[in-house]
Design a protein around this ligand. Structure first.
Ligand code: ADP
Length: 364
């Protein structure tokens, strides 16, 4: 069992930087939780506080119900994998993996058993006698993970472990770490700035911005029901399109007017938008939630000119320039479009999102 609970955690660095503010996260036993957000949002600081590498300014960190704030890192029963791998260059792979157990005074036979088992799981058995400099980036990453596995910790912590790898290897290691999680059935906390890693690996994602948790949920919850404009824009690629629009209408007949186009909203949306009649709100639509047509239709289409076409093989991203915006749409690669085409875009209004202009919270 290993559940981790962060309760009203704050981190104020010397010099007054308030890096983490009132952070509350409940991590269940065996859960894979990803902390994600742009650089500087406080995700590494949060992870380092769980590891015991940073003091907690206030709040409680609990592991299995026991307060850990003042427990030294080595007694927390956690193992951390760092971005730079932090391998000892003068030691072989075997020695690197054995080192943590050796200083904890495990007997030789037990160390040998654990190192060989971890090497087998990670498929690095034939590398055990090599030094780190004779390994590729991906192999070094595996050794760093192996060093954590041999400890058989209650909780694994990963700090951007894949960011030094090339794109292809990242995809492969992503799947390997997910596989490892299923196999080890361990609690894992993983930090990344990459929303694709978060979506593909996490049971639960914690989105952070400026030291504040923005939303916690499953990947599909965050994608389908973002609590605010930041989460809506951060999760999903290419990002959601945002436009400021005025809510107009009477009774249940409600439109959003952007100036160069207006769109009729659905009945469900009219229910919560009617209290905004006469006011501006942010309208959000994902690139994958639009289609294209040659037929303009007032109240249904956004008309413009194609400025960029990006074929990706399995799909094509199209940038439509309207009088006041550039809107991204994603289409099937079989649809033929060219730069300069006058075309109209039909947002799937069922999928549209709305956000308050002031506090950027979702209106729903
Ligand atoms: P992230 O991991 O999301 O990129 P960090 O947790 O590293 O962000 O940093 C969060 C904030 O705390 C940043 O503004 C950063 O500059 C600041 N910070 C990080 N470490 C220190 C430190 N040792 N002293 C002062 N400020 C720090």
């Amino acid at each position: 069992m290993a559940n981790v609970s962060l309760r009203h955690i704050y981190k104020i660095y010397d010099g007054g930087v308030n890096a983490v503010k009132d952070c509350n996260i409940e991590i269940e036993d065996k859960e894979f939780v990803v902390l994600v957000g742009p650089s500087g949002c406080g995700k590494s600081t949060t992870l380092r506080m769980v590891a015991g590498l940073e003091d907690i300014s206030s709040g409680d960190l609990m592991i299995d119900g026991v307060r850990m704030n003042d427990v030294p890192p080595k007694d927390r029963d956690i193992a951390m994998v760092f971005q730079n791998y932090a391998l000892y260059p003068h030691m072989t792979v075997y020695e690197n993996m054995a080192f943590g157990l050796k200083i904890r005074k495990y007997d030789k036979a037990e160390i040998d058993k654990r190192v060989r088992e971890a090497a087998r799981i990670l498929d690095i058995e034939e590398l055990l006698e090599r030094k780190p400099k004779a390994l590729s980036g991906g192999q070094r990453q595996r050794v760093a993970v192996g060093r954590a596995i041999v400890r058989q910790p209650k909780v694994f912590l990963f700090d951007e472990p894949l960011s030094n790898l090339d794109a292809k290897l990242r995809v492969q290691m992503r799947a390997e770490i997910s596989g490892l999680h299923h196999r080890l059935q361990a609690t894992m906390i993983y930090v990344t700035h990459d929303q694709v890693e978060a979506l593909t690996m996490a049971d639960k994602i914690v989105v952070m911005k400026l030291g504040i948790v923005q939303q916690i949920g499953t990947p599909m919850e965050l994608y389908n029901e973002p609590d605010n404009k930041f989460v809506a824009g951060f999760i999903g690629s290419p990002p959601m399109n945002f436009m400021t629009v005025k809510v107009e209408g009477n009774g249940s007949d409600i439109c959003i007017n952007e100036g160069s186009f207006y769109l009729k909203v659905t009945e469900r949306q009219a229910e919560f938008l009617k209290q905004y009649i006469g006011q501006n709100v942010t309208f959000g639509i994902r690139p994958e939630d639009v289609s294209f047509t040659n037929l303009k239709e007032a109240g249904k289409t956004i008309d413009g000119k194609i400025s960029v076409v990006e074929p990706l093989g399995s799909e094509t991203n199209v940038f439509l320039t309207t009088p006041s915006h550039q809107i991204t749409g994603r289409i099937e690669p079989t649809v033929s479009v060219s730069v300069g085409d006058e075309i109209s875009l039909i947002p799937n209004m069922e999928k549209a999102k709305f956000f308050n202009l002031e506090d950027e919270k979702a209106i729903r």
